[in-house]
Design a protein around this ligand. Structure first.
Ligand SMILES: NC(=O)c1ccc[n+]([C@@H]2O[C@H](COP(=O)([O-])OP(=O)(O)OC[C@H]3O[C@@H](n4cnc5c(N)ncnc54)[C@H](OP(=O)(O)O)[C@@H]3O)[C@@H](O)[C@H]2O)c1
Length: 230
């Protein structure tokens, strides 16, 4: 039975590759981008495949997102909160930890996940079954703390925490929620030295989303199914 995904940040990186692979295996994707005019790779992919619907969506703009959600009548089987931002790999003293960039990371990686889940919850409740996958990071693990990128780490710790809260809140309604580390992936964010290809990451993540159920809700694992310490 083909599934319907909604993926945020689907215009590049891991989100674009998940979109490509989901439709290649017969699923449908509502592929979200905050700037469709600058999303040439996604638009080209959608032109070749009518299982992709391109949707303009900024995860920080909750009012707009709610309006879009109200106008959208399709059920969502897997809501993937993938859009993310990283401002600095530096530590406490790094100059790029400025107010505006910190606000953007916290809004995108924390509030953006919350707004996306809240806006599309009714669609997920209509899914068969509806699930929510939050793309977090191993960098949000508090047991695996390290000395760089403290704001990004804090934001991803919060994203994992949101997944845990939502898992508890939504289990009675039949919705499973998971938090995922996609690997260190060769994207604009991960950089060219990263060890995992977008293809391997996306393939692993889609398999993990398939495996997510009410029996495993609240899970925090990587794209290969290895459980991560909180
Ligand atoms: N790459 C890695 O090694 C790695 C490791 C761990 C976790 N992750 C996580 O995996 C996810 C995908 O990362 P990636 O490597 O594919 O990053 P990427 O190549 O930098 O792509 C980030 C995506 O998020 C979108 N985005 C950012 N802010 C947004 C907003 N306000 N509204 C809507 N979309 C927004 C970007 O859209 P624009 O093109 O419009 O900016 C882009 O599509 C992120 O959550 C990231 O934190 C990545």
């Amino acid at each position: 039975m083909p599934k319907t995904f909604l993926i945020t940040g689907a215009n590049r990186g891991i989100g674009l590759e998940m979109t490509r692979q989901a439709v290649a295996r017969g699923d449908r994707v509502i592929a979200c981008t905050r700037n469709a005019l600058e999303s040439s790779d996604l638009v080209a992919l959608a032109k070749q495949n009518d299982s992709i619907t391109v949707l303009g969506l900024d995860v920080c703009a909750e009012k707009d997102m709610k309006q879009i959600a109200v106008g959208m009548k399709r059920p969502i089987d897997i809501l993937v909160c993938n859009a993310g931002a990283l401002n600095s790999y530096g530590g406490l003293q790094a100059a790029d930890h400025d107010t505006a960039s910190i606000a953007n990371v916290l809004m995108t990686n924390i509030a953006g996940v919350f707004f996306t889940a809240r806006s599309f919850l009714s669609h997920v409740l209509d899914g068969t079954p509806g699930k929510i996958a939050i793309i977090s990071s191993i960098m949000g693990s508090q047991e695996l703390a390290d000395s760089n990128a403290p704001i990004y780490r804090a934001s991803k710790a919060a994203a994992t925490n949101l997944a845990r809260s939502m898992a508890v809140e939504l289990a009675p309604q039949g919705v499973a929620v998971g938090a995922y580390h996609p690997g260190w992936v060769r994207t604009d964010m991960g950089g060219p030295q990263a060890i995992t290809s977008p293809q391997d990451s996306a393939a692993g993540l889609l398999t993990r989303f398939d495996a997510l159920s009410l029996a495993t809700t609240g899970i925090y694992e990587d794209f290969q199914g290895n459980k991560l310490p909180f």
